[in-house]
Ligand binder design. Structure first.
Ligand code: AG3
Length: 272
């Protein structure tokens, strides 16, 4: 018997993975969650039916979400992670000599299950990491702390979904206020080829920042296989940077950094 998981995220398009074992299926207070073991990608975390993380390709996503912003800022000391309950983004941030990382995820069920089923993803016992369960939008609205880098590792801005308020102009304004004068925000974005309208809207909302740069990288299990990210910055232009890091990486390098900001013509035109 063959068991298959089928992802329906983009209309009229499916991606399927052959399942070796179903490890967990259930609901937290906020979303449906499943963890499956697949032949091709190892363990996979699904939220509301959408792949968030797989053992095999998570390094591509997490390294590209974190390192371009972290090397663009000259000395990131305090970092805020929105979401990121699987721990992968925090793991990459903690490889840098940061003083403090604040991670706010709305769903403690995700954190608990990921600690159990993806133990290699998190660095939960690092004393520099502070974890809060709650709404990152509220945290950002209420805190007086400032951060050098804000990393948005949430689910997608599906209309009326859990993460939608995190992609609003109001949120970006507040995030801007909570960033130091040379601060940088980075967010995962949906694939502009499939979701052009949604991505253009986010881009407009991010206009509260003077410097905006789109970049991209490979994530085979995300729809289309090519994922995009945006850096919104107060002072430094990320496309002018790139560093080889003093620790091993499997995707990020100074060459990839420079190449990632070079866009195909249709995207250049879309984000002029
Ligand atoms: N990161 C968000 C990934 C979004 C994927 N979207 C999609 N496949 N449509 C969530 C957790 C990864 N650390």
């Amino acid at each position: 018997m063959e068991l298959w998981y089928v992802q329906n995220y983009i209309e009229n398009y499916q991606m399927a993975l052959k399942v070796k074992e179903t490890l967990f299926v259930g609901r937290t207070k906020l979303q449906e969650i499943a963890i499956i073991d697949t032949y091709l990608y190892g363990r996979v975390l699904l939220l509301d039916g959408i792949v968030q993380t797989t053992e095999k390709d998570e390094f591509m996503y997490h390294e590209m979400l974190v390192h371009p912003a972290m090397v663009t800022h000259p000395h990131p000391r305090k970092v805020f992670i929105v979401g990121g309950g699987d721990g992968g983004a925090a793991r990459e941030v903690l490889k840098h000599p940061v003083e403090e990382v604040v991670l706010v995820d709305i769903d403690e069920g995700v954190i608990e299950l990921c600690q159990k089923y993806f133990p290699q993803l998190g660095r939960w016992d690092d004393p520099r990491l502070r974890v809060y369960i709650g709404d990152a939008a509220e945290y950002i609205a209420e805190t007086r702390e400032t951060f050098d880098v804000i990393i948005m590792d949430s689910t997608d801005p599906i209309p009326r979904g859990v993460a939608e308020p995190l992609f609003s102009q109001e949120f970006y304004r507040r995030a801007y206020d909570r960033l130091s004068p040379d601060g940088i925000l980075v967010s995962q974005m949906e694939p502009p080829f499939f979701e052009a309208e949604r991505v253009k809207k986010l881009w407009k909302h991010l206009g509260v920042f003077p410097i905006l740069r789109l970049y991209w990288g490979l994530v085979p299990t995300y729809p289309g296989g090519v994922w995009s990210y945006v850096i919104a910055s107060k002072k430094y232009d990320p496309s002018q940077g790139g560093k080889d890091l003093p620790f091993p990486t499997r995707y990020y390098s100074s060459r990839i950094h420079q190449a990632a900001f070079v866009l195909p013509v249709f995207l250049e035109e879309m984000f002029q």
